[in-house]
Design a binder for this molecule. Sequence first.
Ligand code: NAD
Ligand code: UDX
Length: 432
Amino acid sequence: MTGVRVGVIGAGYVGLTTAVCLAERGHPTVCVDVDAGRVEHLNRGTPLLDEPGLPLLLRQGLDAQTLRFSADYTDLADRDLVFICVPTPSRFDGSADLSAVEAAVAELASLLPSAAVLVLKSTVPVGTTRWLARRLKPTGLRVVSNPEFLRESHAIYDFQHPDRVVIGADDDAAAEMVAAVYGASAPTLRMSPESAELAKYASNAFLAVKISYTNSLARLCAGVGADIGDVTRCMGADVRIGQHFLQPGPGWGGSCLPKDTAALLHTGRLAGVELPEVESARCTNAAQPARIVSTLSRTMATPLAHARVAVLGLTFKAGTSDVRDSPALTICAELGRTGAQITGYDPRLEQIDQAALRRASIVAVDDPYLAAKDADAVVVLTEWPEFCDLNWPLIAEQSPAAVVLDTRNLLDPASLADTGLTYLGNGMPSGY
Ligand code: NAD
Ligand code: UDX
């Protein structure tokens, strides 16, 4: 099936990826965003997000006129399928704030032809799809849940090679219409809207549990003289466990895992069901900054209040400029409260939200050697591969007393030890 007229609401990580990928599949696509500046940039071919493959698909879609961006909802009036990809951030009680979804649906309700299908790609609480369907019944519009599982920094690849396309729908024709835009080869899982909505939260929470368990094991490894790398290598070799998401670090962050675990717990509370594994994963995660601060205060020659701490890596993971809910920034903010001076470097510094860095007490510099100069500690917080290639002997020369705290176990301990620097790996016998 080609030529389904697709609409996409929201031109962020999920919406922009959906729009360029569906346009590439031959579906004439209009993507609407409330941010007129964003729309203007995108219509000029400026991708705005640093996702591999995005610039090319964007340019191809614009040139072929299968893709355009608009700040005007009325440009969606002739669409067959409209994907809603707007934010659903956490409210103070952990529940998902659906105001952007509601605003989008309110616009679309009076606009779309009755045969159109609304597709909820935003991550939404169980019951949202059915609730919207009921509300929209007088218009004839049908609503389908189609949660998105892409990872930032792999967004295009994940969209084009999904492990699964989940379609939660009661209406067979609507479900088939959604499945068709992905193509016959996509591994499609059909279920109820409730199951689809929950499957998304359950998946993200499972990933969070897996990482938190790894981080707790890393702590235990350091305490008993074992090596987390060997332990997870053994665990991951068991296909029932799988090798992914067993990498210790400064805690999990980003725009999804923190908010989705909070929302799942909120759903559990409403249903009277406890989810202690998810609670516990969040507690372990919340304890990560304190673990790093206490390790630094134990191992540095200078008291934290007078220390200079260099931080390498500010984004929530490598390969992105996204600092939303970045563990690196949480850790810097906590270090800042001790009085320590924090100098931060990130390879994507230019694209990073500078206000977020200031809020976390970080003085950002665009040179890793400048960040590390005269430092009492150098803390690796994001697994950027280029940090392995830094001239560590030079850093050792400029900051001979520095402790190198490698939260991601990125660096080679032996080469670091050769420089004379004190190297502390995460969950290593001579680490922390
Ligand atoms: P984002 O912040 O990157 O982008 C959202 C876009 O929506 C912004 O450009 C914003 O201007 C626009 N927008 C907000 N309200 C709007 C409205 N009423 N009408 C039109 N445009 C509007 O968000 P995102 O990361 O793409 O996340 C969107 C949804 O997808 C969320 O529910 C999120 O949980 C889910 N999700 C995100 C990821 C991810 O990796 N980022 C992965 C899977 C699912
Ligand atoms: C996540 C989910 O993976 C994706 O399926 C969903 O659609 C959106 O949320 P993303 O937020 O892009 O994707 O990040 P992800 O790659 O999952 O990493 C999340 C956090 O966990 C990062 O802070 C990362 O550094 C951390 N992490 C990941 C670890 O600490 N160890 C690991 O082994 C893996």
